[in-house]
Design a protein around this ligand. Sequence first.
Ligand code: FES
Ligand SMILES: [Fe+2]
Length: 354
Amino acid sequence: MADDAPRFASPVAVAAALADMTPEQRAAWRTADVPGRPSVAERNLDISFPFGWFPALLSSELAAGEVKPLRYFGRDLVVWRGEDGVARMLDAHCRHLGAHMGYGGRVAGNLLECPFHAWRWDGEGVVHDIPYAQTLPPRLQKPCETQWPVTEANRLIWFWYHPQGLAPQWEVEIYPETSDPAWTDYEIFEWRVFGSLQNMAENAVDTAHFRYVHGTATFPTSEMIWDGPRRTSIIDAGVDTRQGRMESRIEARMIGPGQSATRFTGVAETLLVAAVTPVEKDEVRVRFCFTQPREQATPIATMFAAGFVHEVCRQLDQDKVIWDHQRYLPRPVICDGDGPILRFRQYYNQFYAD
Ligand code: FES
Ligand SMILES: [Fe+2]
């Protein structure tokens, strides 16, 4: 590079790809297909899925007595909520003759009734009733080989994914704000990202991209705490306002590959709960759920809280431009200013069963 060449590109390159969109076009673009993508194999995304707890739906999206089809981890699934209020999940295809129970199935008490011949299944995949049979085949009295443990927390329905069917190895972390009536209902933004979950997660420790993709003035520095399946990063950032400098802190925490949340405190309070779940090897469903105190402390705080939401969504739009076309490189070439990418990979590797 010539000595007088600018060290930093600004405005950032991907901004051009997004610049001409109206807000409506932007909203449609976030969940639209990306046609003509290379195959999963060509992008080196044909690696196994990591295990952990993942969000399936918002709790409010499944009423008692309701059945829904889902697709995650390249699998067809069915979820229902019994009369007892408990959500349950099974592989979608009925073990009798293969009907997809998410289409036309109904809830009978706490059981799921298949739409094809009305066999009734519990949440472990045991049949309790065949209305036209005298005796139940013994095989139906054993639970399904693949179990889908479900729990509900933080206004979300979570399920445990493990490729070999091992039981949950940690619990879903609770965010007290989500059950506090003084905090707002979720404000939700949705994307479909056509890339790998690991590439997306790595973004948080990829220090240099903040400057080039997001156009930040500096490379952010954060304190990182690596603790088993948990990873926390804390950024203390002062914000200059007309009232003077105000301290603020951004604390991002992930527990396994499927649960992450970011707390923005100080100038204003916001909690971002990320619902990020793989659909296929090259597709991830992303929903960012923001909650804030119904009353922020000051008008400035209200402004900052709204600004935080806007900035997070703007950055996700920009990252999506990269992720939608990125390959996965198992042995990347890293330089000294890159941030703890290799440390991150070491951490993330613990979630691969093979
Ligand atoms: S296919 Fe489900 S009951 Fe027959
Ligand atoms: Fe980013």
